[in-house]
Write a protein that binds this ligand. Structure first.
Ligand code: GLN
Length: 498
C-alpha cells in the first residue's frame, strides 16, 4: 500500500471525507517524511510542525462536529518563503529578512487557510527569487531528490523538491521568468504559471512587479486544479489582479484533447537543447497526436531576444523594489560603528544582500540611469511588445503551444554558479511567457538518463483551463508523473526536530 505521503490531493480528500484517515494522520505522515529526508534534500527554511499539527487537529475536531469544511481541509502544503505568513518568519532566503516576521498573511495564504489547507513550512529559494538553481539562497542550497549532486532548479527549488519527494502534497512558488516551471521540470512535478493578474500577489515580496506571478506545484494536473480553485481570483488588495470570474478548474479536466490545435514553435528546438530533452518532447508530441490533437509548426521569431530584454526589465524593476531595504524600515540593519543614515543604508545593503541580488540591483540602476534609459530600458520594453505579438499571432492558429520547459535536465551543483550568463540562458523558453503575460505549465514529460524532463505547454491569457485539460489528458496516457525519486540512503542521522 502507498504511504500516506504518497497520496494525491484528490485521493487524500476522499479518504478524509470518508474518515478513513484523519488530518492529523496525514499531517504527521508529512512531518515524518520531512524528518526522514530533510537532512539530504533541505527543501525548508522553516518547518512549522507545531502549528501544522494544531491546525490538523482542529480540522479533525470540526469534521467530528459536522461543521462545514473548506475544499482543501486537512491537506498539508508548503509555501515558498517569499510569501508573507502572519507570525511565521518570511526570509526570502536572504540575510536581509532573516528575522522578518510579517504581521499579515499574503492573500494566497489566507485563501489556503480558509480552505482548510495546512502549511507545513516555508521553502528555500534563490535569494529574493533571483536565480535558477536555489544555490543563491543565503542559507544553504536545496538538492534535487532525483540526484542529490544536482540542483532542483530555482528560484522556487524548495517548493518543487518538497512536492517531488513527498514532504508536502502541493506547494506554492512564484514565477517571474520561470521560477515555478523550471524547478517543476527539473523535479518531475506539475508547475503552473498562471496569467498575469489571475492570482493575487498581495503579500508576495516583490521582485519584478510587471512579471511576478504566484503559481502551484503538484504531482498531477488534477491536484494543481484543486490548488488553482482556491488561489485564483480577484483581490481588491492587489490592483493588478483581474476582476474576472474564476472558472472551476476541476471541471475543465474532461480527459479529451480531440481536435485541440497544438503548435510547435520551431525556435524551441534549436541548438543548446539537449538531445535527451528534445527526444522526450518529440515523443510527447506523438502522444498528443495519438490522443487526437492536431499538431502544426509555428514560429515565435523574437524568442531569442527574450533573455536580453528580461535581464534589463527584471533588474530595473528589482532595483526599484529592493530600494525599501534601507536598514530603517524592515529587517536587517547594520548600525554598529555606523555614523549616519547614509552609511547605515550602505552598510546594511552591502552586508544584507548576496552577490546575485547586488548584481541585479547594479544592472537595473545602470539601465535606468539618465542617458541609458532609452538605449536599454525603453528598447527592452519594445522587444517585450514584439514577443507578445508573436504569441498573439500564434494563438490565432493554435490553442496551445508545446516545447521543452528548460533546454537541459537538472545540472550539477556549482556547475553554473560562476557563470551568471550560462545560468540566465536556462530560462530561454520560460521568460517569453512572463514578458507577454500569458500562462504556461510544466508537466512531467519523460526522463533522460534517469533525470526528469519537463514538457512546457503555453496557453493564451486566461487559458489555464486548456493547459490543465491537456496536461490531465497527457497524464492519462503516460505514467511519468507517478514515478518517485529513489533517494539514496541517508549519510548522517536526521536532525532532531525543533
Ligand atoms: N531565473 C530567473 C531569474 O533569475 C527567473 C527567476 C524567477 O522567475 N523568479 O531572474
Amino acid at each position: 500500500m502507498a504511504e500516506l505521503w504518497q497520496l494525491s490531493i484528490s485521493e487524500a480528500l476522499d479518504k478524509l471525507a470518508r474518515r478513513e484517515i484523519s488530518a492529523a494522520d496525514l499531517t504527521r505522515a508529512h512531518l515524518d517524511r520531512i524528518e526522514a529526508v530533510e537532512g539530504r534534500v533541505r527543501s525548508f527554511v522553516t518547518v512549522t510542525d507545531q502549528d501544522a499539527m494544531r491546525e490538523a487537529e482542529q480540522i479533525d475536531r470540526m469534521r467530528g462536529e459536522g461543521e462545514a469544511l473548506g475544499p482543501l481541509a486537512g491537506i498539508p502544503l508548503a509555501l515558498k518563503d517569499v510569501l508573507c505568513t502572519k507570525g511565521v518568519r518570511t526570509t526570502c532566503s536572504s540575510r536581509m529578512l532573516e528575522h522578518f516576521v510579517p504581521p499579515y498573511d499574503a492573500t494566497v495564504v489566507s485563501r489556503l487557510r480558509q480552505a482548510g489547507a495546512i502549511a507545513v513550512g516555508k521553502t528555500n529559494m534563490d535569494e529574493f527569487a533571483m536565480g535558477s538553481s536555489t544555490e543563491n539562497s543565503a542559507f544553504f542550497p536545496t538538492r534535487n531528490p532525483w540526484d542529490l549532486d544536482r540542483v532542483p532548479g530555482g528560484s522556487s527549488g524548495g517548493s518543487a523538491a518538497a512536492v517531488a519527494v513527498g514532504e508536502a502534497m502541493g506547494s506554492l512558488g512564484s514565477d517571474t521568468g520561470g521560477s515555478v516551471r523550471q524547478p517543476g521540470a527539473l523535479t518531475n512535478t506539475v508547475a503552473l504559471k498562471p496569467t498575469y493578474g489571475r492570482v493575487s500577489r498581495f503579500g508576495l515580496i516583490a521582485f519584478a512587479s510587471s512579471l511576478d506571478q504566484i503559481g502551484p506545484f503538484a504531482r498531477s494536473a488534477r491536484d494543481a486544479a484543486h490548488l488553482m480553485n482556491v488561489i485564483a481570483g480577484y483581490d481588491r488588495l492587489d490592483s493588478t489582479s483581474v476582476n474576472r470570474p474564476t472558472p472551476d478548474y476541476l471541471a475543465a479536466l474532461t480527459g479529451d484533447v480531440k481536435g485541440l490545435r497544438i503548435g510547435v514553435p520551431k525556435e524551441y528546438f534549436v541548438e543548446g537543447v539537449e538531445p535527451g530533452v528534445k527526444q522526450v518532447v518529440d515523443e510527447a508530441i506523438k502522444t498528443f497526436e495519438g490522443l487526437g490533437a492536431e499538431i502544426g509548426e509555428v514560429s515565435l521569431p523574437h524568442t531569442r531576444y527574450g533573455v536580453a530584454a528580461y535581464y534589463i526589465i527584471a533588474p530595473a524593476e528589482c532595483s526599484a523594489n529592493l530600494a525599501r531595504y534601507d536598514g530603517v524600515k524592515y529587517g536587517f540593519s547594520a548600525r554598529d560603528g555606523v555614523q549616519d543614515l547614509v552609511q547605515t543604508t550602505a552598510t546594511t545593503r552591502a552586508k544584507g544582500f548576496g552577490p546575485e541580488v547586488k548584481r541585479r540591483i547594479m544592472l537595473g540602476t545602470y539601465a535606468l540611469s539618465a542617458g541609458y534609459y532609452d538605449a536599454y530600458y525603453l528598447k527592452a520594453e519594445k522587444v517585450r511588445t514584439l514577443i507578445k505579438r508573436d504569441f498573439d499571432k500564434a494563438f490565432e492558429q493554435f490553442d496551445v503551444l508545446i516545447g521543452p520547459t528548460s533546454p537541459t535536465v537538472a545540472f550539477k551543483l556549482n556547475e553554473k554558479l560562476s557563470d551568471p550568463y550560462a545560468m540566465y540562458l536556462n530560462d530561454v523558453f520560460t521568460i517569453p511567457v512572463n514578458l507577454a503575460g500569458n500562462c504556461a505549465i510544466s508537466i512531467p514529460g519523460g526522463f533522460s538518463d534517469g533525470l526528469p524532463v519537463g514538457l512546457q505547454l503555453i496557453g493564451p491569457s486566461f487559458g489555464e483551463e486548456t493547459l490543465l485539460r491537456a496536461s490531465d489528458a497527457f497524464e492519462h496516457a503516460t505514467d511519468f508523473h507517478t514515478r518517485w525519486p529513489a533517494l539514496p540512503q541517508q549519510k548522517r542521522p536526521p536532525r532532531a526536530r525543533k
